[in-house]
Design a protein around this ligand. Structure first.
Ligand code: ATP
Length: 758
């Protein structure tokens, strides 16, 4: 029988479980064991493609060391653990005779073997976890790749301890940021860095900013960073020391309630994100990267927390979003095309961490005690499924204006090189003609001491001609794919808008279906194009290899290779610029359309607000939210690092609003404490007065800020008199429909003046 020799001892009796049949068939068991052995060796080679999954077993707490519980997790080595191991066999007597078989009255142990990229036992510190997980992400971030870490597990399993820790044992968030700052200092001579952080929670399907608590925030798709939270304030930090205080402050705002399992149970999903922009000082190349660190709420069953009422509903909501997360993990692991990210806010937020352009690490926390038997088992199964997810990591290198300039320079240089080489070849031809009176190119090359075989030359030129054709096709496909991806992103945004604006109406369902179908089609087309692209890239590579081989055997061909290579470079640069121009056109169109839509929405919002206010139904929160939107329309929408917005933000004049809140906001901006790094709709031109120019809709709202109507004395009107008249054709429009422009004229006097509470 196959045996596994591992550091922790001989474990050939342990099962590697895939499905229930594995437990029954000895043949399948042994084959699984051998496969497991192979997998152990291969895992590191595949780690970059798959989500890295690690498991941390926390030490038992006081309650768990009592008599009523036993340890159900045994760490065998740093990649393997056994769940519910068989206990050392105790002699079992029946009628005074020792039995060979075990006590049949006792429940069978699962004795399941689980492999992960890493397993941490009781002794592992936060620093150990950091060194073997997130430390490796720093270099990926510097390359411009998005990275995510999320901790998963039941309540009290040690998620917050791992993620945040405390002053003596800082968690991986702090340790990672510390390492990030060290790297930043190391690279500061070659790159300029801009760094901003956000900290938010998803509680009962609402997203809240933990650093600036206020109204609920919405999610949006962003071309650069994936899913971002619209309107969230990005806080600039310059040193890791500021971080602990900031996280502590954010944590105090986090929704926590004691449960039976944990006195300080976090009942929300907390997401800490770092946005980083790096500009290379020499080339001007820009890289952006996002690091997300997510502390998920407990995945326990309702019974484990002993919760009822509100807490039970809360638990149900937590489980719903974790269920959605589980469904996404299942779809991704199964390689399905449709992944239900939209089922919850949590999965929308984690979309790019799970299935997108992101290097992801999942840390599953478990308790070793039999008290948490079911939860631990579920967590281990969840983590095993997550291991199958593959992510697509690529570098976020932006083609900024600087890059376009760079390309134009390259085009120019290549053009010159091409001319020079053509000139050289012409001269060589002419010289050869003079000498031999022959037009034979082989002789021409002889004259310039190249000694090129004409057959090789023809072959080489054929290869280059083939490469040019491929290049042309590649360019067309790339352009198509790029535009399709942008369209897909826009459709996703439209889908998000429908979800936010409409209630569950047939129109919404219809709209959703339509958009869903378009999205599916676009995704399919993008995938087809990507496949074709990779085939073409492969062909191009083969041609390049052929050229390299020829060069090796005939170094004299170098002249031709240089000339043809230069031609190709020119072509490539031209295509790059063309792609960029097309993309810019498309994005400008989208921005224009969005601007128009915002104008319309602002107008409608104003009308609605005036009506609500006029009827006396406006609550303080509504007033505040309205003023916030007015301010936001000046240009704080999504998260991005805009070229013209300095960090920390320069003071921004806020139209004619002079409320206290406005003052405090200006003060904050002056201090540079918080900073919205974005400006999707901000107009960059600064008026001579130093005030930034506002968008049309912001101007509209600011100039027409609601002025409350003169107080009307409530008039008791006899019911008959107050009855609404049926509209007739003879009536003017203003009589039939309340006018948005003159709300006070049509608002009937209120019988009772009572301000509604929030
Ligand atoms: N590896 C560890 N070493 C020592 N103590 C730990 C470890 N992991 C967790 N603990 C302790 O266990 C308790 C519960 O941990 P923690 O609050 O991190 O759980 P949690 O999974 O975040 O729970 P919840 O989901 O309810 O917030 C804390 O008192 C914590 O200090």
């Amino acid at each position: 029988m196959y045996k596994l020799y591992l550091k922790g001892g001989d474990i050939d009796s342990v099962k590697m479980v895939k499905n229930k049949r594995d437990l029954k068939s000895p043949r399948r068991r042994s084959s699984l064991l051998s496969r497991a052995g192979v997998r152990g060796k291969l895992s590191s080679a595949k780690a970059s493609a798959n989500i890295k999954v690690v498991v941390r077993v926390r030490p038992p707490n006081e309650k768990e060391t009592g008599d009523n519980s036993r340890m159900v997790v045994k760490v065998i080595n740093d990649q393997l653990l056994v769940f519910d191991p068989e206990e050392d066999s105790q002699p079992f007597f029946y009628h005074g005779v020792e039995q060979k078989r075990r006590d049949l009255l006792k429940k069978a142990h699962k004795n399941m073997k689980f492999y992960f990229d890493r397993v941490y036992g009781f002794d592992a510190s936060n620093n150990d976890v950091f060194e073997t997980t997130t430390d490796s992400l720093i270099n990926r971030l510097m390359d411009g790749c998005n990275c995510s870490v999320f901790v998963y597990g039941a309540t009290g399993a040690g998620k917050t301890h791992t993620m945040l820790g405390h002053a003596e044992h800082p968690g991986i968030t702090f340790l990672t940021m510390q390492a990030l700052f060290e790297k930043k200092t190391e690279l500061s001579s070659e790159r300029d860095f801009e760094l901003g952080v956000t900290y938010l929670e998803v509680y009962n399907e609402n997203v809240q900013d933990l650093l600036n608590p206020g109204s609920t925030l919405h999610l949006r798709e962003d071309g650069k960073y994936g899913v971002v939270v619209a309107g969230i304030k990005v806080k600039r930090i310059d040193a890791s020391e500021e971080l602990f205080e900031m996280l502590d402050k954010g944590n105090k705002n986090r929704t926590q309630h004691p449960t039976d399992a944990n006195a300080e149970s976090s009942r929300s999903h907390a997401v800490f994100q770092v946005y980083m922009k790096m500009t290379f000082k020499t080339t001007g190349q820009v890289r952006v990267a996002k690091l997300s660190m997510i502390d998920l709420a407990g995945s326990e069953r309702g019974a484990a927390t002993g919760c009822a009422g509100m807490r039970f509903t809360e638990g149900a909501n937590i489980n719903r979003s974790l269920l959605a997360l589980g469904n996404c993990i299942n779809s991704l692991a199964g390689g399905l095309k449709h992944v239900p990210y939209r089922d919850s806010k949590l999965t929308r937020l984690l979309k790019d961490s799970l299935g997108g352009n992101c290097q992801t690490i999942m840390i599953a926390n478990i308790s070793p005690s039999s008290i948490s038997y079911e939860d631990t088992y579920n967590t281990l199964k969840y983590a095993t499924r997550a291991k199958k997810i593959k992510s697509n990591v690529k570098k976020n290198v932006m083609n900024t204006n600087v890059d376009v300039e760079h390309y134009s320079k390259l085009v120019e240089e290549n053009e010159q090189l091409k001319l020079r080489l053509e000139e050289a070849l012409k001269n060589a031809n002419a010289a050869e003609k003079e000498n031999n009176g022959s037009n034979d190119l082989a002789n021409v090359e002889l004259s310039c001491e190249c000694n090129i075989n004409s057959e090789s030359r023809t072959k080489l030129l054929d290869i280059f001609s083939e490469t040019r054709k491929l290049q042309d096709r590649l360019h067309k496909l790339e352009m198509h794919e790029q535009l399709l991806s942008v369209r897909r992103m826009m459709k996703e945004n439209a889908d998000a808008r429908i979800s936010d604006v409409c209630t569950d109406t047939p129109e919404k369902t219809k709209g959703h279906k339509r958009l869903g179908a378009t999205l599916e089609r676009l995704t399919k087309n993008v995938n087809i194009l990507q496949e074709e692209l990779s085939v073409l890239q492969g062909n191009k590579k083969k041609l390049q290899e052929q050229v390299t081989d020829m060069l090796q055997s005939e170094p004299n061909l170098k002249y031709i290779v240089d000339l043809e290579g230069a031609k190709l470079n020119v072509l490539e640069s031209k295509y790059e610029v063309e792609n960029q121009v097309k993309l810019n056109e498309k994005l400008s169109e989208e921005i224009r359309a969005q601007g128009e839509m915002i104008d319309k929405m602002s107008s409608l919002l104003r009308t609605c607000y005036l009506h609500v206010k006029g009827h006396g139904f406006a609550t303080d929160t509504l007033d505040k939210d309205y003023q916030t939107i007015v301010r936001d329309l000046q240009g704080f929408h999504t998260v991005s690092f805009h070229e013209n917005i300095p960090l920390p933000c320069s003071p921004i004049a806020i139209g004619n609003s002079n409320s206290n809140e406005e003052e405090s906001r200006k003060r904050k901006l002056n201090e540079g404490s918080t900073c919205s790094l974005d400006s999707t709709f901000v107009s960059n031109s600064v008026k001579p007065s130093g005030k930034p120019a506002l968008t049309a809709c912001a101007e509209l709202l600011l100039t027409k800020v609601y002025k409350p109507p003169a107080k009307k004395v409530a008039r008791v009107v006899p019911l008959k008199e107050n009855r609404l008249r049926k509209p007739t054709a003879a009536m003017g429009t203003s009589q039939r429909f309340p006018s948005a422009r003159s709300p006070c004229n049509v608002i009937p006097p209120r019988m009772k003046s009572s301000r509604p509470k929030d």
